[in-house]
Design a protein around this ligand. Structure first.
Ligand SMILES: Nc1ncnc2c1ncn2[C@@H]1O[C@H](COP(=O)(O)OP(=O)(O)OP(=O)(O)O)[C@@H](O)[C@H]1O
Ligand SMILES: [Mg+2]
Length: 400
């Protein structure tokens, strides 16, 4: 089942629902174009078969009101936790019979994506609270946090700088509910970037009791004073072999069930750990620099991700270490990548200095062009950010 099910033959409305969901809600949407509704909820839910718990069903535009009322009243008896939303023109005479039939909310067909997002958020929250009061011990898989994987084909392009700064920025949105994981398991330097001396590392987190129990796992994380947790790489490169792809998969699932944001730094390329992380990613930040090998490498990486259908709709392209002296322009890079660049981070002494100091740039509220670009990148993951700003961001990516 998908988290959201929409029954409509109106592609414009469907598009706005998709924008609303991609603008900050977890979970997938299944659309059924068959506006002649099935007899039972089960028929509808089985159509959008994923492992998610369905929380919201939107009926219309295009569904006959009496059909919507009939199906809603069956849902109300059999699956009262699911929020049924009727998409229909506002009419005071409709509200009372709709509520009696078990419809939880009414949405006008011309609602914009931001209005739809707010309504869907509310509908999910009320579905969750109804489910929790019906089954107090049950928690929803769709509560899982956002998994943001930072990757690049080449080394030294700024993955760790980006990952640490994005994590610090997200720590402001979700204090103590953001974790930065160093999956550059041989040569990771998150500990150095955050000036941490971890007692425990990735190895402890994927072995023994931690793999069964998320509370034990949490005890193995290091706390950084910017209100984020970090899971640092093993002390010796030789130890990295002890961590398999399936360990990474399970670790991310555990962390995503505990944290709102799981930010993952990776080693260059698409090794076993990076691929396992990208399989679990809700978002990928793909980094390159302004040189031909780096851009061509990223193009190939994008091809592989496309073939494997990984993080398809949620990729941000970041050009780092940008300056005007490379002989390449952002437009050249976009042409080679065949995709727009979302964020351009200029080459800046501030970044190099912050790495050497072990103090992420955004921890100091720095205001230079590199800090601004990193903040803009982190804002992409802020659910409070208006959808329009998120949508238009890549079109304005320029080297400033
Ligand atoms: N925008 C920037 N301006 C100046 N220096 C930068 C910038 N971004 C990163 N650096 C510097 O480049 C070096 C490499 O950055 P970083 O470690 O983040 O890259 P990486 O992709 O994680 O490297 P690796 O693949 O080796 O893990 C660091 O010294 C960092 O300070
Ligand atoms: Mg790195």
């Amino acid at each position: 089942m998908s988290r959201f099910i929409l029954v409509t033959n109106d592609s414009g409305f469907e598009q706005r629902v998709r924008e609303a969901i991609s603008g900050g809600l977890a979970g997938t949407l299944h659309t059924s174009p068959n506006v002649a509704l099935p007899e039972t909820p089960q028929h509808l839910l089985l159509e959008g078969a994923t492992s998610e718990q369905t929380q919201v069903v939107l009926l219309g535009p295009g569904v006959a009101i009496e059909d919507a009322f009939r199906l809603a009243s069956v849902f109300d008896v059999q699956m009262p936790e699911i929020s049924l939303v009727l998409v229909a023109d506002p009419d005071p005479d409709l509200a009372l019979p709709a509520m009696r039939a078990g419809i939880r909310d009414i949405l006008p067909p011309d609602a914009d994506s931001e209005t739809i997002r707010v309504l869907l958020e509310r509908a999910c929250r009320s579905a969750e609270s109804r489910l929790k009061s019906a089954h107090p011990a049950q928690t929803l898989v769709t509560d899982a946090g956002r998994v943001i994987v930072v990757a690049s084909p080449k080394g030294g392009v700024g993955k760790t700088s980006v990952a640490t700064n994005v994590a610090v920025a997200l720590g402001r949105i979700a204090p103590m509910s953001t974790v930065l994981v160093d999956l550059d398991s041989q040569f990771g330097d998150v500990a150095s970037a955050l000036q941490l001396e971890p007692e425990h590392t990735l190895i402890d987190a994927v072995m023994g009791a931690a793999k069964q129990d998320s509370m034990v796992l949490k005890a193995f994380l290091s706390v950084h004073h910017s209100s984020i947790y970090a899971l640092c790489a093993p002390n010796s490169p030789a130890e990295a072999d002890r961590v398999g792809g399936e360990d990474v998969t399970r670790l991310i699932e555990q962390l995503a069930s505990e944290f709102r944001y799981v930010v993952i730094d990776t080693a260059p390329g698409l090794g076993e750990h990076a691929l396992a992380a990208l399989e679990k990613a809700t978002d990928a930040i793909l980094v390159c620099t302004m040189d031909v090998p780096s851009v061509r490498g990223l193009r190939k990486e994008i091809d592989v991700l496309n073939q494997l259908e990984l993080a398809v709709n949620r990729r941000r392209i970041v050009v780092n270490l940008a300056d005007g002296a490379s002989g390449l322009s952002i437009r050249d890079i976009e042409a080679t990548l065949r995709t727009p660049v979302d964020i351009v981070i200029p080459r800046s002494k501030d970044v190099a200095f912050s790495t050497n100091k072990g103090i992420p740039l955004l921890e100091r509220n720095a205001r230079g062009p590199a800090a601004k670009a990193l903040n803009r990148l982190a804002n992409h993951f802020d659910p409070a950010r208006p959808i329009k700003a998120r949508r238009g961001a890549h079109k304005r990516a320029e080297l400033k």
